[in-house]
Structure formats: structure tokens, C-alpha cells
Design a protein around this ligand. Structure first.
Ligand code: F6P
Length: 328
């Protein structure tokens, strides 16, 4: 047991994700269970720099397990990217007798956390939370399951119009660098085509494929497009390109946007948040630092932050194969 850990601070940073509140709750309650103090930091790393702190106890986090967003608020702090900003943050933590930090967020959050920990020899544990599911070493990130369900529900509704009017819909989903949302929601919602950032199959191939489907008797279609897909055309240009090369379909574009980040977390995300929140506090108590607590084969695992933020996105070839077979 690390005797020097008596007060743990917790913050959320970067894009919000459903399940962040449930994770804060689990961190606070684990601290209370183990008789440690817990300090909430508002507005992510910017709140560290401005000492925007509040003591939290088990009752401070009641009725939040079901809430989307993050009650601690979130920012992408530019000041924390500077050495001076990080030094201010460190001084505030020391002045408030904080011994360790749990950071809940994605790769940007982990990159900042790792730098801070190295510079000031300050214990940090990360909890992966981003709807994009683009963190290495964890099977799932917080918010991803909820976002998938939101997307599938939205596409199901779009499908009603697509089939009633024999239309082709291009639906844009989030995923600047990762195709996980597009690929999984595309399969779950029965999409005809799925375009993801990890591969560029070319706009011509898309036309060929749509032509074949039309011939095979399809009357309407849904194409799921990840926002970071690499055809070089944005979704409206892609729609125009299809229209110019294929006059069989009436085309519409639907950009789902930030509805994907909001809403009450799914049960899966709440349980995951609870496991990871408890896991983060227990890791700090064991003297761990510069790690992320992730989930692998349903077990909480410790992954070096350096590995977690490594940018080596791969596509799941099995999912791609299933998508191709089920869309014939
Ligand atoms: O949360 C990750 C993400 O959803 C990305 O896929 C997307 O590009 C980005 O957030 C947009 O975030 P914001 O509008 O907050 O800049």
C-alpha cells in the first residue's frame, strides 16, 4: 500500500463521453470506501491551473450515475500545454495537499497527464473515456457503447424515410481518426456501405457497388460515413459525386453530430465506469503511476500511458468481412 496517497484528485478532460459521471462517482466512492480524501477538479486541466477545486464525498456524487456529460465539466486547456501552466497546476495540487490524480478522457488527456507526471514526479492514473474507442490496450472506452446505441437508433429512424421514398442516405457519424463507431453502427443498422478513416476504398468503387446493389433489387440504401474518412471529399461532395455518377437514386445527407456524445449512459458504460473508477483508485493505492486502467476480456488491466496513446489504429478485418457479407 502506498501510505503517501491520502488525497486523490479527479478530473475530466477533452470531449465529454457518456459514463464520465459514473466514473467520477466510482472514484469518489472508492476513496470514501478506503478512507481517502477526494478532490474534484472542475474544467479539466484548466481547473488544475486555476485551482478550481472542491472536496467531494460519497454523497456529493448521488444521482449522477445515469447522467450524460460530466458534472465536473471539461475543457481542452491550451495553457496546460505549456511548462508554465503545468507548474502552476502542480503548485496548486501541492498547496491543496493532493497526492495523486485520476484523469478521465482520451489520448489528449493522457498525453498531457503523462508529461505532467514525468515533469513533477506526480502519480497519475488515466481512465479511457471517448466515444471514439481509439485508445490502445483497452477493449472499450467509456461512452463508446452508448454512442453506438444512439447512432443505431438514429439510423433506424432514417431507414424509415429511406425505404418509404426509395432514397439513398449518407449518414455521417463521429470518428475523426477511428472507424469503430462507423463500422459497428454500420453493421448494427444494416448499412449498405461503411466508409472509415483507416482505409480509402475509393469513390469509384462505391459507385460500382451501389450500381450492383441496385441491380440486385435494392430500392433504398444507407451509407455510413465516418467524419474522418479518406476519400478526400466531404459528405456533401460525396453525395454530389454519387448523384453525378448514378442517377438511379434520390440522395439525402444526414450529419448526426453531437447527439452522439450526449445522453444517459448505457448499462454497459455504467458498469465499465464503475469498474475502472474503483480500479484507478486501487492502482494509485498500490503505488502505480503513468498507467491507464483499461478493460480486457472483462478484467481490469493496467496499461502504460505511453502504450495507450500510441497511434496505431487498425481496422478490425473480421468486422469488415462481416459487413461485406451481410450487405450483399
Ligand atoms: O469525442 C471525440 C470526437 O467525437 C471526435 O470524433 C470528433 O471529431 C470530436 O470529438 C469533435 O469534438 P468537438 O466538437 O468537441 O471539438
Amino acid at each position: 500500500m502506498a501510505e503517501n496517497i491520502r488525497n486523490i484528485a479527479v478530473l475530466t478532460s477533452g470531449g465529454d463521453a457518456p459514463g464520465m459521471n459514473a466514473a467520477i462517482r466510482a472514484v469518489v466512492r472508492a476513496c470514501s470506501f478506503y478512507k481517502l480524501d477526494c478532490t474534484g477538479v472542475y474544467r479539466g486541466y484548466q481547473g488544475l491551473i486555476e485551482a478550481d477545486f472542491e472536496k467531494l464525498d460519497a454523497r456529493s456524487v448521488r444521482n449522477i450515475i445515469n447522467k450524460g456529460g460530466t458534472f465536473l465539466k471539461s475543457t481542452r486547456s491550451m495553457e496546460f500545454k505549456t511548462k508554465k501552466g503545468r507548474k502552476k497546476a502542480y503548485d496548486n495540487l501541492v498547496a491543496n495537499n493532493v497526492d495523486a490524480l485520476v484523469v478521465i478522457g482520451g489520448d489528449g488527456t493522457f498525453t498531457g497527464g503523462q508529461l505532467f507526471s514525468q515533469e513533477h514526479n506526480f502519480p497519475i492514473v488515466g481512465i479511457p473515456a471517448t466515444i471514439d474507442n481509439d485508445i490502445n490496450g483497452t477493449d472499450f472506452t467509456l461512452g463508446y457503447d452508448t454512442a453506438l446505441n444512439t447512432v443505431v437508433e438514429a439510423i433506424d429512424k432514417i431507414r424509415d424515410t429511406a425505404s418509404s421514398h426509395n432514397r439513398l442516405f449518407l449518414v455521417e457519424v463521429m470518428g475523426r481518426d477511428a472507424g469503430d463507431i462507423a463500422l459497428n453502427s454500420g453493421i448494427g443498422a444494416g448499412a449498405e456501405e461503411i466508409l472509415i478513416p483507416e482505409e480509402n476504398l475509393g469513390a469509384e468503387r462505391l459507385i460500382d457497388s451501389l450500381r450492383k446493389s441496385k441491380k440486385s433489387g435494392k430500392t433504398s440504401s444507407i451509407i455510413v460515413v465516418a467524419e474522418g474518412e479518406k476519400s478526400g471529399k466531404n459528405i456533401f461532395e460525396l453525395a454530389k459525386f454519387i448523384e453525378e455518377n448514378l442517377d438511379e437514386y434520390e440522395i439525402r445527407v444526414s450529419v448526426l453530430g453531437h447527439i452522439q456524445r450526449g445522453g444517459s449512459p448505457s448499462c454497459f458504460d455504467r458498469v465499465l465506469a464503475s469498474k475502472l473508477g474503483v480500479g484507478a483508485v486501487e492502482a494509485l493505492m498500490k503505488g502505480k503511476s503513468e498507467i491507464m486502467v483499461g478493460i480486457h476480456h472483462q478484467k481490469v488491466v493496467h496499461v502504460d500511458l505511453e502504450i495507450a496513446i500510441k497511434d496505431d489504429a487498425k481496422i478490425d478485418n473480421e468486422l469488415r468481412r462481416v459487413a461485406d457479407i451481410t450487405s450483399v
